[in-house]
Structure formats: structure tokens, C-alpha cells
Design a binder for this molecule. Sequence first.
Ligand SMILES: Nc1ncnc2c1ncn2[C@@H]1O[C@H](COP(=O)(O)OP(=O)(O)OP(=O)(O)O)[C@@H](O)[C@H]1O
Ligand SMILES: [Mg+2]
Length: 231
Amino acid sequence: MNDLMIQCRGVSKSYRKGSTVVTPLEALDLDVPKGEFLALMGPSGSGKTTLLNLLSGIDSPSQGSLVIAGEEISTLGRRQLTAWRAAHVGYIFQLYHLVPVLTAFENVELPLLLSGLSKKERRERVATALDLVGLTDRASHAPTELSGGQEQRVAIARAIVADPSLLVADEPTGDLDRESATNILSLLRNLAEEHGKTIVMVTHDAKAAAAADRTLHLEKGQLLENACAPS
Ligand SMILES: Nc1ncnc2c1ncn2[C@@H]1O[C@H](COP(=O)(O)OP(=O)(O)OP(=O)(O)O)[C@@H](O)[C@H]1O
Ligand SMILES: [Mg+2]
């Protein structure tokens, strides 16, 4: 069995705006073994979010092959991609993106509502996810009643509740104080080490990247192992 979670080959992404074409990613290759916690750094506009969107099936490449969780996703149609994403990927955002009128519990339950699980099964899964992020006692709180770090932990519980094998995180600690950030990073480490999740995390913070197994730098459409200057 293949032990790679991600295998990108010759992946390019271009956006056309009027007569100009922007190509943030150009003939990019990337291998990520299962269970790796990978940090992705690079200057603003270098294509980090674009790459996460390709890896998570939110967007499709202009060219190239993306084999992720055993599936060639670059050729999937929109519907197939949506189903693939629901089964395999959890997305964590910088600003949490919780639904303000729902409780922590209900926010975490959201991805399960279309899954066909019974109410009891959903409740059990949500309880497990909230327990894993240490927020069992905040289940009935609204996002406004939580700290930023707690909101991000709810968002992580939501990302893992359907038990995806791949987690992508776009600057998950970008809006947090150092202590909350450290807490989120050790949670992500734990998800990779103890729960076998593969994690791709974009960050501007070298300290955050240090929590990962490996750091790659995105510059001029290419991934580099060692960059000369931090972004
Ligand atoms: N939907 C889109 N349409 C047109 N251009 C886009 C689109 N999304 C991204 N781009 C362009 O692609 C380039 C890379 O953008 P991207 O958001 O991936 O950068 P980033 O590395 O995540 O930057 P930041 O660190 O600021 O978040 C930028 O030049 C951006 O303007
Ligand atoms: Mg970005």
C-alpha cells in the first residue's frame, strides 16, 4: 500500500483576470507521507492558500496530477469532489469561521448533518471531538462566549468530527496570542502523532512552523526545502 497521503506532480494553477494571467503555482511537485505534520511558509501572494485549496479539493489545478488519500482528484467533477472532500479533508481557517448563532456543539455537528448518521451517532462523534480538543464543558456556549483559542479548538473539533485523514490549516494561529497558539500547535501535533492525521499548515510564524515535522517554503510558484530568508 502507498504510504503517501499527498502526491502532486507538475501541478500548476493560473488565474485569468481580464487580459492578465496570474500563475501562483507552476509545475509543482510535492510528496507528503501519511501522518506527517508539514508546515508551509512563503511571502504573501506566493500561492499558499491556493495550494491548500487544491490539496483539499476546494479548487482544481490548471495542470498536473494530485493523488490524495489514494484518489486522483484533479479529474473529479464538482459533485464527486465535494463527496471526496467530505470524506477525507478537514479545513481549519485563521478566523475560525464558526456560525455565530449556533452553540459549540452545533457548530461541530454541522459537517455530520448530511452524513446519514443517526442523531445518537452524531452526538457521540461530537462529544468525542469536543473531548479531544478539551472543550466538553463549553459545548453549549455560543462562539461569542468563547476566547479566540477556544473558538479555534471548536473549529478543529469541527474539522476532525467526520474523521478525515487529511487536515489543512491556513494560518490557524495567525490571530492568537502566544499561549493560545502554543496550545493549538500541540493539539495539531497530537492529532498527527496519536491519531495519524496528515496535516498541512500554512503559517507566517517560524515558531509555529517549528512544531511541524518539516517546513517547505513556497516561492515563485515552487516549493523549496530551505529558504534563504524567512518570510
Ligand atoms: N480566485 C482568484 N482569482 C484570481 N487571482 C487569485 C485568486 N486566488 C488567488 N489569486 C492570486 O493568486 C496569488 C496567490 O494567492 P494566495 O491567496 O494563494 O496567496 P497566499 O500565499 O495565501 O498569500 P497570503 O499569505 O497573503 O495569504 C495572488 O497573486 C492572488 O492575487
Ligand atoms: Mg493565504
